[in-house]
Design a protein around this ligand. Structure first.
Ligand SMILES: C[S@@+](CC[C@H](N)C(=O)[O-])C[C@H]1O[C@@H](n2cnc3c(N)ncnc32)[C@H](O)[C@@H]1O
Length: 206
């Protein structure tokens, strides 16, 4: 039996036929297979509504940025923004990260963001969390030397768990970040509204 890799919603609000069709066109024109490999590359896993991806695209106009997430409303939100604002450096992959990595295992990244991954707070659901030892092995394998990974969460148990797992990686330096690592995403704002403490880590590869 195939292992289930995604437990969230693929769609929330209805997406108009026009937006859906321009999203499909966007995916064809911004094909990840045709990326300029000489440019620096940033990856965001779990983009949500894509606020960080859009922010990064403007801050790093000479770099290419790939967003991976099966959540279609977020993907369409980003493609729509890129089309209307002539943003050229965002590439989208609307499926799970595990599928992305099977397909594009040759790509190497300068920076990777994993912001507020689904926390799955119930004990019986913890196995669903995207960050585990295998996931970290995978992202460190596709991270360039001196590359960086940013991770934020407002779930203390998830944070402590990642801090424990990361000790197994001797070539990775870990730093606790006490300020915001990028802009305030939807889930950053949600955490802030609830009064939750946000914990962030920076992993760098020696
Ligand atoms: C809690 S949201 C956080 C979204 C965004 N990073 C933010 O800070 O607002 C987690 C996101 O991870 C995505 N996600 C869950 N499992 C995933 C997977 N296996 N691969 C890629 N994205 C995934 C979900 O669809 C969702 O959009």
């Amino acid at each position: 039996m195939k292992k289930k890799l995604y437990f969230g919603r693929v769609k929330s609000r209805k997406i108009s036929i026009i937006k859906e069709s321009s999203f499909k066109k966007y995916l064809k024109t911004k094909n990840i297979n045709r990326l300029n490999s000489k440019k620096k590359l940033i990856l965001e896993i779990g983009i949500g509504m894509g606020e960080n991806l859009i922010y990064l695209s403007k801050k790093n106009i000479k770099k290419n940025i790939i967003g991976v997430d099966p959540f279609k409303n977020g993907m369409v939100n980003v493609s729509d923004y890129c089309i209307n604002n002539n943003i050229q450096n965002i590439y989208l992959y609307p499926y799970v990260f595990q599928k992305f990595i099977n397909k594009f295992n040759k790509l190497r990244f300068d920076i990777i963001y994993v912001l507020f991954p689904d926390p799955w707070p119930k004990k019986r659901h913890k196995k669903r969390r995207i960050i585990n030892e295998e996931f970290l092995k995978t992202i460190f394998a596709i991270l360039k030397k001196k590359g960086k990974v940013f991770f934020s969460t407002d779930n203390l148990d998830y944070f402590m768990n990642v801090k424990t797992i990361i000790k197994k990686f001797s070539n990775i330096k870990v730093k606790k970040i006490n300020k915001i690592v990028t802009i305030k995403t939807k889930f950053y704002l949600k955490a802030e509204k609830k009064g939750n403490k946000i914990n962030s880590l920076l992993f760098s590869k020696n």
